[in-house]
Design a binder for this molecule. Sequence first.
Ligand code: NI
Length: 396
Amino acid sequence: MQQLQEQIKNMASEYFEDIRTCRRYIHRHPELSFFEKETAAFIQQKLTEYHIPFEANIAGNGIVAIIAGKNPSKKTIALRADIDALPITEANDVVYASSNKGVMHACGHDAHTASLLGAGRILNNLRDAFEGTVKLIFQPAEEKLPGGAKLMIEAGVLNNPNVNAIIAQHVFTPFKVGTVAYCFGTAMASTDELYITIHGKGGHGAYPQDTIDPVMISAQLLVALQQVVSRTVSPFQPAVLSFGKVIADGATNVIPDKAYLEGTFRALDETVRADAHKKIVEIATHIAEAFGARAEVRIEKGYPVLHNDEALTRRSYDRAVAYLGQENVFITTPRMGAEDFAYYSREIPACFYRLGTGNPEKGIVSNIHTPTFDIDEDALKIGMGLMAWHAIGELL
Ligand code: NI
């Protein structure tokens, strides 16, 4: 075991230059969700170079690579990386800055992908050291509904051979490079998009009695809907409702015909989620009706709650401690962000952990989804080594 760990660490050091080059190439050529053509071509090129067999064009630009150890049918572990980028203009002045204006790897998926290529390269060398099969899942479209994970599962990536457990990592700026963090049980929220239109009756601002004012109604609605969280959800159940878009396009003296709201609802429990959807529709409908208007509510269901399997996460935590030392492995609380990895976690035991990529001394402090996001690339060494170590640990 100790010797295997040394081998993995040595290979991670040896392949670091190669994997950093991969990360920089992918970072320089970011592509939006569902359009990851070049990224997928690059991954295929690297897998070919590493002599790892794969299948491409799954659910669009998805790729699944297979590394068979001894007794390959014994057990299968999947390692997953997402490959898509975001519609953000990069503000970093670095040699590997995005060359695709308006698109940026601002969520670290470049690092996830490069790390998984590295893990694959390591595991392929160690095929004789484990029993079972490792599936590398390069998944498109994490950032956009309905989520590449859902489509990949529908395309059968968890079957043939059947996957027993799945592990993924995500970059995390608040934790310093060299550290990782695990969350036991429920780890990330469900996310749903709310689109509400209040249909009223416009008119002159001086004669409100002749109008049905959708602006006033939407104001009441914004306040009333907060009570879904504060008065209908148990105080012991995390839930959040936020509206980020409110449009009522009248003028100082013009009451418009309608008002339009967009928001997000998140929860850590599927029952809370379903109940809240009903309540949101009820409150919006009735408040609008009370004032003679009509509310049109559309709830677009996003990713489900992400649940980390307790036993798998415990084993992963213990392995990370063995790999990095107790002082570098943390336990975190759930977060209200969402991830389409949640779809895998509904099907099979799953573990989603945080890879520390921040480094205040180097000025690497920007969070994901910002134009100045970056990682300390030393994290790639841990990103590839620890993923390989996890897969092997499950297959000894
Ligand atoms: Ni992400």
